[in-house]
Design a protein around this ligand. Structure first.
Ligand SMILES: [Zn+2]
Ligand SMILES: [Zn+2]
Length: 362
């Protein structure tokens, strides 16, 4: 047997065909080696990696195997990575997984639940427990763990997968009709995806003489915040106005408002007032308030506004310029914890900036 010492007190058996050094002591159910040290159980490969990088791994970071062998403790096969990177490496994630609908499990579970499953598996929950908890087959769990789930995917209630765009639109990933409207098949006929999303948002189905209208002019968008119920006449009026003004204005725009109103609205939104109430008070559609909130309309000169994103930790107080600075500081070796403390934000905000979940480049 080829026993080698990896770090003082930690040894393993080298596999000459793969170069892996296998831990021979006790293991967790998922194959990670464990050791009792200073009164607690530690993961052996994590210990090895921390001694290689001479420091502790930031929370939220994992010791990942480049060899896909959980019991391997060869420092050369270990790298630090985030949860998403780790599932990818560990499960030999298929980088070519097509986007959207074909992600395994996404017809039954939300994208957010799929990410949860990947994270829980890394924290030691075994596949059988995950299958039971989420009510899916063991086989499906395996497929989910291998899936590459792009950061910008999300599930919109009642269960449609969409891709978040930098402008805030969320593009439906399933089948569409000729005009670009999403559709799904149920009880023997095709139904409109936007109507279903709007019904979910409103809590009731809109009557057939009304349309699910978009404030964003994008028929494939399923962001509930971009949808409103309009009568056929309103919708046609909307379309014709948009046509005349080349998409710059529509019935929910803000011609009634001035800069003073707009600044006041933004302050009141920041103080927690609801869009619906403000819309009523200022006599405009909620779409107008929404566009003000997200700086789609009424942009201040030279203003840098972070794009609101779902699925990431975003702190709207930071500008793009600050986010860029954060990335440079991380590159120079500063720790996430230190930067977070200095800027007075959570570590998640910083790690999402680092991983380009938020503050993506245009
Ligand atoms: Zn290995
Ligand atoms: Zn939209």
């Amino acid at each position: 047997m080829n026993i080698v010492t990896v770090i003082p007190g930690i040894e393993g058996e080298i596999d000459l065909s793969t170069g892996c050094i296998n831990w021979r002591g006790s293991k967790l159910k998922n194959g990670y080696g464990r050791k009792w040290l200073d009164g607690k159980t530690v993961l052996v490969h994590r210990l090895v990696l921390e001694s290689k990088i001479t420091g502790f791994l930031e929370s939220g970071y994992f010791a990942c195997h480049t060899c896909d062998n959980p019991s391997c403790i060869n420092p050369e096969h270990l790298v630090a990575g985030s949860a998403a990177e780790n599932t990818g490496q560990m499960m030999g994630r298929d980088r070519k997984t097509p986007r959207g609908k074909s992600i395994p499990g996404s017809s039954k579970l939300s994208i957010e639940q799929l990410r949860e499953i990947q994270t829980k598996y890394l924290s030691g929950t075994i596949k059988n427990h995950l299958a039971k908890e989420y009510g899916v087959q063991h086989e499906t769990i395996t497929k989910i763990l291998q899936a590459n789930i792009p950061n910008n995917l999300t599930t919109i209630s009642p269960g449609f997968v969409g891709e978040i765009q930098d402008n805030g639109c969320i593009i439906f990933q399933g089948a569409k009709d000729g005009a670009g409207y999403g559709r799904y098949f149920t009880n023997g006929k095709f139904k409109s995806v936007t109507r279903a999303v709007l019904a979910q948002k409103l809590g009731y189905e809109i009557p057939t003489y009304m349309d699910a209208c978009h404030v964003c002019d994008n028929p494939s968008c399923i962001n509930p915040e971009h949808l409103w119920a309009g009568t056929r006449t309103q919708n046609l009026l909307d379309a014709s106005k948009k046509g005349r003004t080349q998409g710059k204005s529509h019935p929910l725009s803000n011609a009634k408002l001035d800069w003073e109103n707009v600044r006041e609205i933004r302050q009141r939104l920041a103080a927690g007032e609801r869009m619906k109430d403000l819309a009523k008070e200022y006599g405009v559609g909620w779409g107008a308030i929404h566009n003000i909130k997200y700086h789609v309309t009424w942009k201040e000169v030279g203003e840098e506004v972070p794009v609101p994103r779902m699925g990431g930790y975003l702190d709207r107080h930071l500008t793009f310029a600050q986010a860029q600075e954060v990335r440079e500081r991380i590159k120079r070796g500063e720790s996430i914890g230190k930067i977070a403390r200095e800027l007075g934000v959570s570590r998640n905000v910083i790690s999402d900036i680092k991983n380009y979940v938020t503050y993506k480049k245009e």
